[in-house]
Design a protein around this ligand. Structure first.
Ligand code: NBP
Length: 479
């Protein structure tokens, strides 16, 4: 006999519990299950009044509680726990049932799981979910992959709980087959790393070069949030900077250790970008900057290395510099997104996913950590032009970056002159200049490779591969 629950959630730690509550608050009957029964009972006891929950103590009870085709969301720790849960449930399921993995899985794991379950007629949907615990409860951005037909039964349920963009559109749509959803979520997290790094650099420059206090920088960020940088991360940055430590009365940022943590999705983004040959230098610099911050002994040993003596700025010059930093931050941010979307397009091509970059930008307009007003402009840039080679090829973005470039260069130069590290700003500018350059020094790289390894080179005036007999008579031969 079929159960009554339209959806089930197994794994009721912070994310699963909030997702289950979100489904229930939106009128769905939700079966809930967790390896340790106590979490299931706690959920029903604390939040049972929010909607209709069907608590299940065992996998069998959980599966029996679901209407057919069964739709069950796995929200457990990514990796082996996900495989363990799949193995536990699969013998209890039937062809046509849908398993949704909402954890932060590596997309290659999702591809493997989808392939294995497809053979048994079970739909496996790897769904990236962003927004943290608050998003899970009140509306996350959801990036489901898996078979397109599973979205027909799943989509309407996910649309109920997803965040709504300013125009009312739910931030969920079928991203593409097999691992496409988790791939796009991975790149989302990579862009999140880059965004946070750039914001950090802006803060650092305003502090060290403009001489602003955290409170003054909070005010500056609040102002920026009313303009084209309007985004969740800028908004919370202003709040973090304005926060005072209750114990010491000092600015919060002055009592926190300057060592950043990372869970790994940013690192995955860079690893996969290397495999795909996509230059995501902004994300890579962000990952490396976090790593560097954690090398306490290395930093301690290097503290006495010489650096420049900074010239303090007067008030007017500081205000002018702050305006320049806004330009540099915006331009660098556009470059990060350009690189991230390049990676999505490259992944889509490599795995034949047919991902629509404009639709991805639309998914990120609300609910997720990188939600920002300008995502609507990215969506518009790709609208009807999914083959757009780069966001920088969009004339509106190109014009804005063109207008920002003088200030951007000045900020990068000032950072170098005053000894303030700004790897994100500098890498973004180098990427921009490398794309624009009529000739790159790769010409010399070709020569060097041919010299020491007879790797051959290509010429500008003739087709084919060539090799020079270096050191001998230097005559060219066609390889
Ligand atoms: P955790 O990642 O902390 O995982 C805890 C859950 O996994 C508990 O329900 C636990 O059951 C279950 N579990 C483990 Br651990 N091993 C298991 C096994 N072998 N069999 C069955 N269940 C097992 O939970 P979370 O922070 O809520 O995150 C859930 C997923 O969502 C993760 O993949 C995470 O990466 C992803 N995510 C998290 C966030 C966030 O902001 N936290 C955001 C976006 C995505 P137990 O209660 O019996 O120990």
């Amino acid at each position: 006999m079929s159960g009554t629950a339209q959806i089930g959630v197994t794994g009721l730690a912070v994310m699963g519990r909030n997702l289950a509550r979100n489904f229930a608050r939106n009128g769905l009957t939700v079966a809930v299950h967790n390896r340790s029964r106590s979490r299931t009972d706690a959920l029903v006891e604390e939040f049972g009044s929010e909607g209709t929950f069907v608590p299940a103590g065992s996998a069998e009870e959980f599966v029996a509680a679901l209407e057919r085709p069964r739709r069950l969301v796995i929200m457990v720790k990514a990796g082996e726990p996900t495989d363990a849960v799949i193995q536990e449930f699969v013998p209890l399921l039937e062809p046509g049932d849908v398993i949704i993995d909402g954890g932060n899985a590596h997309f290659e794991d999702t591809r493997r799981r989808e392939r294995e379950l497809r053979e048994r007629g079970i739909h496996f949907v790897g769904a990236g979910i962003s927004g943290g615990e608050e998003g899970a409860l009140n509306g996350p951005s959801i990036m489901p992959g898996g078979p397109a037909e599973s979205y027909e039964s799943l989509g309407p349920l996910l649309e109920r709980i997803a965040a709504k963009a300013p125009d009312g559109t739910p931030c969920v749509s079928h991203v593409g087959p097999d691992g496409a959803g988790h791939f796009v979520k991975m790149v989302h997290n990579g862009i999140e790393y880059a965004d946070m790094q750039l914001i950090g650099e802006a803060y650092h420059l305003l502090r060290e070069v403009a001489g602003y206090s955290p409170a003054k920088i909070a005010e500056t960020f609040r102002g920026w949030n009313d303009g084209r940088l309007d985004s969740y991360l800028i908004e919370i940055t202003a709040q973090v900077l304005a926060h005072t430590d209750a114990e010491t009365g000092k600015p919060f940022v002055d009592v926190v250790a300057d060592r950043a943590e990372q869970k790994g999705t940013g690192r995955w983004t860079v690893q996969i970008a290397l495999d795909l040959g996509v230059p995501v230098s902004g994300i890579a610099e962000a990952v490396f900057a976090r790593s560097l911050s954690g090398h306490a002994e290395l930093r301690e040993a290097s503290r006495s290395l010489p650096g420049p003596v900074a010239e303090p700025l007067d008030e007017a010059a500081a205000a002018r510099f702050a305006d320049r930093v806004e330009q540099a931050l915006y331009a660098s941010k556009v470059v990060s997104y350009t690189q991230g979307f390049h990676q999505i397009q490259a992944g889509s091509e490599a795995y034949d996913w047919g991902v629509d970059p404009g639709a991805v930008a639309a998914l990120w307009r609300a609910g997720c950590i990188i939600r920002a007003a300008f995502l609507d402009r990215i969506r518009a840039a790709y609208d009807g032009r999914p083959e757009l080679p780069s966001l920088l090829a969009d004339k509106d973005f190109a014009a804005e970056i063109g207008a920002a470039q003088e200030d951007w260069r000045e900020v990068v130069a000032t950072a170098a002159r005053q000894g303030v590290p700004a790897p994100g700003f500098a890498a973004a500018l180098a990427y921009y200049d490398a794309l624009r350059a009529p000739r790159l020094p790769a010409t010399l790289t070709q020569g060097q490779r041919d010299y020491f390894g007879a790797h051959t080179y290509r010429r500008t005036d003739r087709d084919g591969a060539f090799h020079t007999l270096w050191g001998g008579d230097r005559s060219e031969v066609t390889a």
